[in-house]
Write a protein that binds this ligand. Structure first.
Ligand SMILES: *[C@@H]1O[C@H](CO)[C@@H](O)[C@H](O)[C@H]1NC(C)=O
Ligand SMILES: *[C@@H]1O[C@H](CO)[C@@H](O)[C@H](O)[C@H]1NC(C)=O
Length: 274
């Protein structure tokens, strides 16, 4: 299946002076969203002590190196790291600055080189909806063919998974009754839709997409807001404006009544002296 998605796969394996050289002209497309964590695989399971690894960005900018066990991060220091075991490149919290072509050169007894084309799209890191509305969490890929495994987790619970290897397509409702019958997974894009959202669906969702060449990790924060009626609360009786108006009228009437009483008394007292 994977062979179909990469028809231009060309590998030349040459034995030159006892050194096995693998050459490939293939550029792996890696489509991610801003803020994702990405791992670009060297494809080497375990490095030999004589291996050196060089990660190159763009034309010739060396961004990271590994000589034996010694790792040096040269560019994007707060973003990059290398896996100890296999020299795979970890890019954390990716931005547009890290978009472009990556190349890894592995030297030693087994020499190989791999290229990746990383494109960074606008992210949807936080989503806010009203209770009852549906929410779609996007993988950002059009076709999931390139991925062997796609996993969606809510907090720490697995809620959905597409496994190309075992042809598994599951929505994990059983372990968590919370989403019962409200989850849909697009078989084409792997995007997850939560319908008829509840306030308890609020929280952090984790996406993990794994292929033989790379891994993408994403977290999306979802907030489901309860429906709050606006200020015109029907049960409180009167509008504050009316209350103010009535207060003014009552006050005016009171002043008038007091004035009348005083006038009446004054007149009565005056008449007594007559
Ligand atoms: C590379 O090593 C890390 C652990 O350091 C491991 O999680 C990962 O699966 C390895 N990748 C490959 C392609 O072997
Ligand atoms: C890298 O990907 C972009 C966007 O898909 C594309 O325009 C560009 O041609 C690709 N470059 C290579 C060398 O594959």
């Amino acid at each position: 299946m994977r062979n179909h998605s990469f028809p231009f796969w060309v590998v030349l394996a040459l034995l030159v002076d006892g050194v096995l050289v693998a050459v490939t002209d293939e550029v792996k497309p890696v489509s991610v969203m801003k803020g994702d964590s990405v791992i670009l695989n060297t494809g080497v399971s375990e490095l030999q002590s004589d291996n050196t690894i060089e990660w190159i960005f763009g034309d010739k900018l060396i961004i990271a190196k590994m000589e034996g066990k010694k790792i040096s991060i040269i560019v994007f220091r707060d973003k990059l790291n290398l896996e100890n075991e296999n020299g795979s490149l970890i890019i954390k919290d990716i931005t547009n600055e890290q978009e472009g072509l990556y190349k890894v050169d592995i030297r030693g007894r087994y020499e190989t080189s791999k290229r990746f084309n990383v494109t960074v799209r606008e992210a949807m890191k936080t989503v806010s909806v009203k209770k009852g509305e549906s929410v779609t969490l996007h993988t950002g890929v059009i076709e999931i063919q390139g991925y062997d495994l796609i996993k969606w987790k809510f907090e720490e619970h697995l809620i959905a998974e597409i496994n190309q290897g075992t042809n598994l397509f599951i929505l994990e409702d059983s372990s968590d009754e919370r989403f019962k019958g409200r989850l849909q997974l697009s078989e084409k894009s792997g995007s997850l839709t939560i319908s008829d959202s509840e306030t308890t669906d609020s929280g952090v969702y984790h996406l993990n997409m794994i292929s033989s060449s790379h891994t993408v990790q994403r977290t999306i924060s979802v907030t489901v807001k309860a429906f709050i009626p606006d200020n015109h609360t029907p049960d409180s009786g009167l509008h504050p404006g009316y209350v103010a108006l009535i207060s003014v009228i009552v006050l005016v009437m009171l002043v008038a009544a007091v004035t009348l009483v005083i006038c009446y008394r004054t007149r009565n007292q005056t008449s007594e002296f007559i």
